[in-house]
Ligand binder design. Structure first.
Ligand code: 5GP
Length: 214
């Protein structure tokens, strides 16, 4: 019998959703409500927006600093999204998972594909808006982007939806708390997968063996 590690390694969750689906709010709420779950902080070369904080929303770096990290193979995954570079640092991910925390990466479909190739046991979740019209209304309503950028986000959304079959779970963000409940249920179920219960199984089965030997 192999000795079990002192700390069970955390689970890697990937969440993707078209821009405007409300994934940031959903995942923030999920992390608030779920003990032992952390959100990964990505690196990005895009300029910081008003209200964002470096080191909180993202690690904001120059394009050349980002490209140097790519050359050093510092990223578990990275992608060009809307003309800017975004990536998840290997080191950050490893540290969090090794500490026993579960980690959620909120990344686009290109990044999700890379994670699935590299981390077979990662659980991938796609968050859908209730409809295309709702997504369009949300993007136009938040008054953040110029019309051309909104058109580009909508075109990207139409393309991203085509990757939905690559995901393990799908959740519809029709109502915030209900959507968060479903995501939490997925996380609880993932934690109960048999391979992740190895340590508990060994301990409990040993008590049955002891009884049998009596
Ligand atoms: P925003 O610039 O609006 O914060 O994010 C734009 C897009 O980049 C979103 O679809 C988001 O999921 C994606 N994104 C954010 N961080 C990462 C990352 O580390 N890797 C990848 N592949 N995509 C990311």
């Amino acid at each position: 019998m192999s000795s079990s590690p002192a700390v069970e390694r955390g689970i890697l969750f990937v969440v993707s959703a078209p821009s405007g689906t409300g994934k940031t709010t959903v995942v923030d709420r999920l992390v608030e409500r779920t003990p032992r779950l952390r959100r990964s902080r990505s690196y990005t070369s895009r300029p910081i927006r008003a209200g964002e904080v470096d080191g909180v929303d993202y690690n904001f770096v120059s394009r050349s600093a980002f490209e140097a990290m790519v050359r050093e193979d510092a990223f578990l995954e990275w992608a060009d999204v809307f003309g800017h570079l975004y990536g998840t640092a290997r080191q950050d991910t490893d540290t969090a998972l090794a500490s026993g925390a579960d980690l959620v990466l909120v990344i686009d479909v290109q990044g999700a594909r890379q994670v699935r190739e590299r981390v077979a046991e990662a659980a991938a979740i796609f968050v859908l808006p209730p409809s295309y019209a709702t997504l369009e209304a949300r993007l136009r309503g938040r008054n953040r982007d110029p019309a051309a950028a909104i058109e580009r986000r909508l075109a990207t959304a139409r393309a991203e939806i085509l990757a939905i079959d690559e995901y393990d779970y799908v959740v519809v963000n029709d109502e915030l708390e209900r959507c968060v409940d479903e995501l939490q249920a997925i996380m609880i179920a993932e934690r109960a997968r048999r391979p992740r219960r190895r340590a508990a199984i060994e301990t409990i089965v040993a008590t049955f063996d002891a009884e049998r030997r009596k």
